[in-house]
Design a protein around this ligand. Structure first.
Ligand code: NAD
Ligand code: DAU
Length: 356
C-alpha cells in the first residue's frame, strides 16, 4: 500500500494512473478537492479496488493519522499543494496554509506513524516530497542549469512556500531521522493539466477563438517535462533514492514561452485548422508581465541519471504532440473543468467514498 496526497490534481492523478498501470499495489489517495482537484481525472479507476479515495486535508492531523494506521502504507508521496504562481501573487494565504502548514502537519502525522512501526517496516518506510525547480529562483541566460546544490532563492509566494516545505522535510530527516526523499522538478505538461497553466490555456483559448496571452516579451525560459516522465522518475526515486537526498528532475527542454505558444499554434494548424485558413498565431497577444516573473529555469538532471539511471523518454516534439492530441480528443473534460461541472460529476460518482 502507498499513500498519495493530492492525487486528484494534474501530476498526482497521472501518478496514480501510472502507478496502477505498473503495479497492483493499492493506493490511498487523500485529496482536498480544491478547484484543482478533479476525480474525473481518475474516472478509469472507478470500481477498481486498488484505488481508495478519501476527500480531506493534509493539515487534518487526526484524519491523516487515522488513515495511516488503518492502511499501513510503506510510503507516503506528497503531491498536495497550491500550485499556480499567478494565484499565489493574488492570494498567498492558501499557499502558506497548504504548502507550509499542511506539509508541517503531514510530517508530524507521518512521523508519529513511522515511529510506531515495527523495526523492519520502519526501516523500509519512505516519505517522498514532490517539489519544484522554482525554489532555486531565476537563472541568468548564460548560467549553468540548477544542480541539487544550488542556493535556494525563491521569488514568488508559491516558490517561497514550496521552499519552506522542502526545508521542513529536510529538518524532519535531520532531527527525527524520518526517511525522506525530495524531488525538485521543472515544468510539467501533458493530459489533465488544468487550463490555467500556459500550455493547456493556449490550447483551449486557441480553439475557443480567444486571445493567447503571452506575459511580457515571452522570452522567459522554462524547462519542460512530459508528466508521464515525471511519474516514472518519482517511481525510480521511491525505489532507489538515497535517504535524505534531493533529486532534480527535468526533461532537457529549455524553451522560451513564445516558442511554446508558436509550437502549440502550429500543431493546431495541422490537426484542427481554423475555419478561415489563418494560423492560430494571429490570436497571440502580448500582455502585462507577471510581477516578479522569473526569467529562466533550467534543470541539470544528471544526478538522477548517474545515481538512479533515470532519463526522460519523451522529447518535447513527441510530448507536445501527444498533449495537443489529448486536448483535442477530450473536449468534454475541458468543458467540464471550464464550467465547473466536474464538481457535480464528483458528487454524483463518488458520493459514498468522499469523506470516507
Ligand atoms: P495541481 O494544482 O494540479 O494539484 C494539486 C492537488 O492537491 C489538487 O488535487 C488539490 O485538490 C490537492 N490539494 C490542494 N490542497 C490540499 C490539501 N490541503 N490537502 C489535500 N489535498 C490538497 O498541482 P500539480 O501541478 O499536480 O502539482 C503537484 C505537485 O507537484 C505540487 O506539489 C507542485 O508544487 C509540484 N510541482 C508541479 C509542477 C508542475 O509543472 N505542475 C512542477 C514541479 C513540481
Ligand atoms: O517550474 C515548475 C513550476 O511550473 C511548478 O512548480 C508550478 O506548480 C507550475 O505551475 C509551473 O509554474 P510556472 O509559473 O512556470 O507555470 P505557468 O504555466 O503558470 O507559466 C509558464 C510560463 O508561461 C511562465 O513564464 C508564465 C508564462 N505564462 C503563463 C500563463 C498562464 C504566460 O506567458 N501566459 C499565461 O497566460
Amino acid at each position: 500500500m502507498i499513500f498519495v496526497t493530492g492525487g486528484a490534481g494534474f501530476i498526482g492523478a497521472n501518478f496514480v494512473l501510472d502507478w496502477l498501470a505498473h503495479s497492483d499495489e493499492p493506493v490511498v489517495n487523500l485529496d482536498k478537492l480544491t478547484y484543482a482537484g478533479n476525480l474525473q481525472n481518475l474516472a478509469t479507476l472507478q470500481g477498481d479496488a486498488r484505488h481508495i479515495f478519501v476527500q480531506g486535508d493534509i493539515a487534518d492531523t487526526a484524519l491523516v493519522e487515522r488513515l495511516l494506521v488503518e492502511h499501513q502504507p510503506r510510503a507516503v508521496i506528497n503531491f498536495a499543494a497550491e500550485s499556480h504562481v499567478d494565484r499565489s501573487i493574488h492570494g498567498p494565504d492558501d499557499f502558506i496554509q497548504t504548502n507550509v502548514v499542511g506539509t508541517f502537519k503531514l510530517l508530524e502525522a507521518v512521523r508519529h506513524y513511522w515511529q510506531a512501526l515495527p523495526a523492519i517496516k520502519k526501516e523500509a518506510f519512505r516519505l517522498l516530497h514532490v517539489s519544484t525547480d522554482e525554489v532555486y529562483g531565476t537563472l541568468a541566460a548564460d548560467a549553468p542549469a540548477f544542480t541539487e546544490d544550488h542556493v535556494y532563492e525563491p521569488n514568488s509566494p508559491y516558490s517561497a512556500s514550496k521552499a519552506a516545505s522542502d526545508h521542513l522535510v529536510r529538518a524532519w530527516h535531520h532531527t527525527y531521522g524520518l526517511p525522506v526523499l525530495t524531488t525538485n522538478c521543472s515544468n510539467n505538461y501533458g493530459p489533465y493539466h488544468f487550463p490555467e497553466k500556459l500550455i493547456p490555456l493556449m490550447i483551449v483559448n486557441a480553439l475557443a477563438g480567444k486571445p493567447l496571452p503571452v506575459y511580457g516579451d515571452g522570452m522567459q525560459i522554462r524547462d519542460w517535462l512530459y508528466v508521464k516522465d515525471h511519474c516514472s522518475a518519482i517511481r525510480r526515486v521511491l525505489d532507489a533514492g538515497h535517504l535524505g537526498q534531493t533529486y532534480n528532475i527535468g526533461g532537457w527542454n529549455e524553451k522560451p514561452n513564445i516558442d511554446i505558444v508558436h509550437t502549440v499554434c502550429r500543431l493546431l494548424d495541422e490537426l484542427r485548422p481554423r475555419a478561415d485558413g489563418q494560423s492560430y498565431a494571429v490570436q497571440i497577444t502580448h500582455v502585462k508581465d507577471r510581477p516578479g516573473h522569473d526569467r529562466r529555469y533550467a534543470i541539470d538532471a544528471r544526478k538522477i541519471e548517474r545515481e538512479l539511471g533515470w532519463r526522460p523518454v519523451e522529447t518535447f516534439d513527441t510530448g507536445i504532440r501527444k498533449t495537443v492530441q489529448w486536448y483535442l480528443e477530450n473536449a468534454d473534460w475541458v468543458a467540464n473543468v471550464q464550467t465547473g461541472a466536474y464538481r457535480d460529476w464528483v458528487q454524483a460518482q463518488y458520493a459514498e467514498q468522499a469523506g470516507a
